[in-house]
Design a protein around this ligand. Structure first.
Ligand SMILES: [Zn+2]
Length: 410
């Protein structure tokens, strides 16, 4: 029986892995109602808790509704709010007063630079290392630091990380889950160690339409998914943490991945905020800003596989497999995500977006395929066997030797 076989129990209209059985596309952008995120380490994830995009009665996604709301925001008031927040945290004794987590991509570059130079803060940056650095990713990290910032590069044990990545690929078709968990945990952990009470993120949930209970005025991070209570069972890569020793991973290997206890985080007094709540953010503008002020370089190949853009997620050779596996599970890929955001920001028409999605979505990340297989110790036939076992029946159909999407945005 296929892992993702559609449930016939009840009349809920959802597949076994929690996706709506009827595929719909937003009438304003190109986003699909199959979009979800699911990386949290609670419960046995077929798995983790998922947060879905919501479509309203008019067939419009919550992210597009956020952008309508965004046009009504009084940015002057928001900036005053920012100034108050920063004034509460600014230090004059030379110690760091804000932590900016990031890879050295356009969002974190913009965030750290503007906090330091426009708002006179003293940021420390922290980077959770990619699985395997690309050349351009490494150059961008170095140029980010050389643009005038202190940085901590936190690199997890390579044996442990590759084993967890393989298990997450096999069990969840989510090879990025261990990376995501580490990335979320590293900032509050470092903030605690360095006694920094303010963390600023460069991205923002509502702009991407994440969250079934999305709140357009949410200014700080929802830590529920990435903290734990004492009693909660935890699963990493789809395996209960008590069973991980069978895979050669012991408790002492898990430090970077285990979510913080919820009490410890709340008692620390650390505040985690989104810059795009306070400042009118536009990814294209952040890209130009980062290039001009911090020497950011785009993909030298011209565009990234699976999409048409050249400036998003460039630093990790495994990155393409994150987007590709997501595409297998939901029928929407990296080009959908990029085009939807650019339509909302007014840089593309819906028609142009549809054409780009039809052309690039789901393109296989061939360039680093052998690097990925080597990293997760799998051969090509096992790779495809796992991929095919996760194709939901309401999204994929088999025609001869080929898998075809049952529908695509039009
Ligand atoms: Zn939309």
């Amino acid at each position: 029986m296929s892992k993702q076989e559609v449930t016939t129990v009840g009349n809920l209209g959802f597949s076994k892995n929690g996706l709506p059985l009827e595929v719909k596309y937003c009438t304003k952008c190109v986003e699909s109602n199959q979009r979800f995120i699911g990386s949290a380490p609670h419960s046995d994830q077929k798995s983790s808790q998922k947060d879905h995009i919501i479509f309203d009665d008019e067939g419009v996604c919550s992210a597009c509704r956020y952008f309508e709301y965004k046009r009504t925001i009084n940015w002057q008031e928001r900036e005053e709010e920012l100034l108050e927040l920063l004034a509460r945290h600014r230090r004059t004794d030379g110690s760091y007063d804000v932590l900016v987590p990031g890879s050295g991509g356009k969002d974190s570059r913009y965030t750290a630079h503007i906090l330091k130079h426009k708002y006179n803060m003293n940021p420390l940056t922290v980077t959770w290392a990619p699985h395997i650095y690309t050349d351009i990713g490494w150059r961008n990290l170095i140029s980010w630091i050389h643009s005038g910032l202190d940085n901590i590069l936190y690199t997890p044990n390579g044996q442990v990380h590759s084993t967890l990545t393989r298990l997450a690929f096999e069990n969840l078709l989510h090879p990025f889950q261990p990376f995501v968990l580490g990335q979320y945990n590293v900032a509050p952990r470092v903030a605690m160690e360095k006694d920094i009470k303010l963390i600023f993120y460069g991205d923002f949930y509502p702009e991407k339409g994440i969250g079934s209970d999305v709140d357009f005025t949410q200014k700080s991070f929802d830590t529920r998914l990435f903290t734990r209570t004492e009693k909660q069972d935890l699963y990493l890569s789809g395996v209960h943490i008590n069973d991980l020793p069978r895979h050669g991973i012991t408790t002492r290997d898990l430090h970077p991945y285990l979510p913080l206890e919820v009490n410890r985080l709340s008692e620390s007094g650390i505040e985690m905020h989104f810059l795009p709540y306070y400042l009118n953010y536009d990814p294209q503008r952040a890209y130009y800003y980062s290039t001009e002020h911090t020497g950011f370089e785009v993909n030298p190949d011209g565009r990234t596989e699976g999409t048409y853009t050249k400036y998003c997620s460039l630093d990790d050779k495994v990155d393409g497999f994150h987007f590709f596996t997501w595409f297998i599970k939901t029928g929407r890929g990296r080009a959908t995500e990029d085009a939807a955001l650019e339509i909302r920001n007014g840089h593309l028409t819906r028609e142009e977006g549809v054409a780009l999605v039809q052309r690039y979505d789901g393109e296989f990340p061939q360039k680093y395929f052998q690097d990925f297989l080597k990293y997760v110790s799998l051969d090509e036939s096992r790779f495809w066997e796992i991929i095919d076992s996760f194709r939901p029946e309401h999204i994929w159909k088999r025609e001869g030797n080929e898998w075809k999407l049952r529908q695509q945005v039009s």
